[in-house]
Design a protein around this ligand. Structure first.
Ligand SMILES: *Cc1c(COP(=O)(O)O)cnc(C)c1O
Length: 354
C-alpha cells in the first residue's frame, strides 16, 4: 500500500539504548523519550519502553491516552490548557507547567480523581518560549504550589533552541542551577529532577558544559534521528536513516517545463518561480502537501528533482532516469517531514523489524 512511511524499529531500539548509555556517562539519569513525532502510534512506542528510558513524553494528551497500557510514567510536555485538566490528570502522571492558575486547577481535579499529580516547573532561560523567566521573581508562586495537597513538585526544567534558537552551554544552564538553589534555600523541598532541555543539549555530551546538577533531558530528535539540534549535526554511533517515504508514480509525460500563457498563483495561493528548462520528463506521485511539506523530502535517487506539487500531487523532474508508471520512488525524510507523515491518515505505516 502506497504512499507509505517505513519505520526501522530495530534501529530505533538500538538508538534509544545507546542514548540511555551515553546520557548516563554524562550524569543524565532520567532520559525522557519525547515521542510526539510518532503521532500517538503505540506500535512504535511499545518497542522502545524496555531500553532504560524513565518516562514517555508527548505534547498531546490524546497521544498519552493511547499509551495507557504501557507501564512507564507518562509526561505531558506542552503546558496544559485549562480546558483539558481533567484528561491531563486522567492520562498523565507528570506535566510541565508554568501557570499557577493551571496548577491550582490540576490540583482540584487530582483531588476529585483521588490522585497525586507530579509537575516539573518550567523556567525560561532566555529562549523565550514557555516558563517563568529565570531572573524574575517566582518564589511566591512556588510557596503557593507547595500548599496544594495533590500536586508534587518533582523538579524544574527548561526548554532551549525552540523559539529563540538559544543554544545551551554552561553559562545558560547554570541559570537553571541557580533557580534550583533559590528554590531549595527558600523552601524546605528537594528537587529530584533538573531537566536541562531537549536534543539541543545533547550537543554538550562529552564536554564540561553540563552542570552536574542537571540530571534529566527530554529527548526526541536525537534519539530517533541520531541528530543533536543545536547545530543539526549527526551523533556518531547512532543510526541516522531510520525513516523513509515511498510513493507511487501515477503519470509520466514529457512536457514543457514552463507554463504556457499568463500565470498568477498556485492552488496554495503562492506565487511560484518556475525555471524554463525546455522539454522535461516529469512524473507525478500520489502524495501531496496535505501529507507532507515537500521541502522536507529528499529523493534517495539523486538524479531526481522535486519540482513542486499541490494537495495530492508531487511533481518530479525525472529527465535523467528510466522510471515508469507504477514505479515507487523513495525519499529520506527529516523530523518535520516525519511528523506530518505520521499525522496523515492517507500514509500507510510500515514497521520494519527482524
Ligand atoms: C518536543 C519537546 C521536547 C523534545 O524535543 P527534541 O528536540 O525532539 O529532543 C522536549 N521538551 C519539550 C517541552 C518539547 O516540546
Amino acid at each position: 500500500m502506497y504512499p507509505r512511511v517505513n519505520i526501522n524499529i530495530d534501529n530505533l531500539i538500538a538508538n534509544t539504548k545507546k542514548m540511555v548509555d551515553l546520557a548516563k556517562q554524562n550524569h543524565i539519569d532520567y532520559v525522557m523519550a519525547i515521542v510526539k513525532v510518532f503521532a500517538g502510534d503505540i506500535n512504535i512506542i511499545k518497542e522502545i519502553i524496555n531500553t532504560g528510558i524513565t518516562h514517555i513524553g508527548d505534547s498531546r494528551i490524546q497521544n498519552l491516552k493511547k499509551f495507557q497500557s504501557l507501564t512507564l510514567p507518562k509526561l505531558l510536555v506542552r503546558i496544559p490548557m485549562l480546558s483539558e485538566v481533567k484528561s491531563v490528570i486522567e492520562y498523565s502522571d507528570m506535566s510541565l507547567n508554568s501557570e499557577l492558575k493551571t496548577i491550582v486547577s490540576l490540583n482540584e481535579e487530582a483531588k476529585k480523581q483521588n490522585k497525586k499529580h507530579e509537575i516539573i516547573i518550567m523556567f525560561d532561560l532566555g529562549d523565550l518560549r514557555e516558563g517563568y523567566y529565570y531572573s524574575h521573581s517566582f518564589i511566591n508562586d512556588i510557596n503557593k504550589i507547595l500548599k496544594l495537597e495533590n500536586i508534587i513538585i518533582k523538579g524544574i526544567g527548561t526548554n532551549l533552541t525552540c523559539y529563540g534558537g538559544l543554544v545551551p552551554n554552561r553559562e545558560i544552564l547554570s541559570r537553571l542551577v541557580e533557580v534550583k538553589h533559590t528554590i531549595e534555600t527558600n523552601t524546605n523541598i528537594h528537587l529530584d529532577i533538573i531537566s536541562g532541555g531537549n536534543s539541543s543539549s545533547v550537543n554538550l555530551f562529552g564536554t564540561n558544559e553540563i552542570p552536574k546538577e542537571i540530571n534529566s533531558l527530554r529527548l526526541g530528535e536525537s534519539i530517533f534521528f541520531g541528530k543533536e539540534s543545536s547545530y543539526s549535526t549527526y551523533i556518531a554511533g547512532f543510526n541516522h536513516k531510520n525513516f523513509s517515504l515511498e510513493a507511487e508514480i501515477i503519470e509520466v509525460k514529457t512536457k514543457p517545463s514552463y507554463p504556457e500563457g499568463n500565470t498568477s498563483i498556485n492552488s496554495f495561493g503562492e506565487e511560484v518561480e518556475i525555471e524554463d528548462k525546455g522539454l522535461m520528463k516529469r512524473a507525478i506521485l500520489a502524495i501531496g502537501k496535505q501529507d507532507v511539506i515537500l521541502e522536507n523530502l529528499q529523493p534517495v535517487d539523486t538524479n531526481i528533482e522535486i519540482i513542486g506539487g499541490s494537495s495530492d500531487h508531487l511533481i518530479l523532474d525525472i529527465t535523467n532516469t528510466d522510471y515508469k508508471l507504477g514505479d515507487i520512488i523513495e525519499f529520506n525524510v527529516n523530523y518535520p517531514g516525519l511528523l506530518h507523515l505520521m499525522n496523515s491518515n492517507y500514509v500507510y505505516k510500515n514497521y520494519l523489524k527482524k
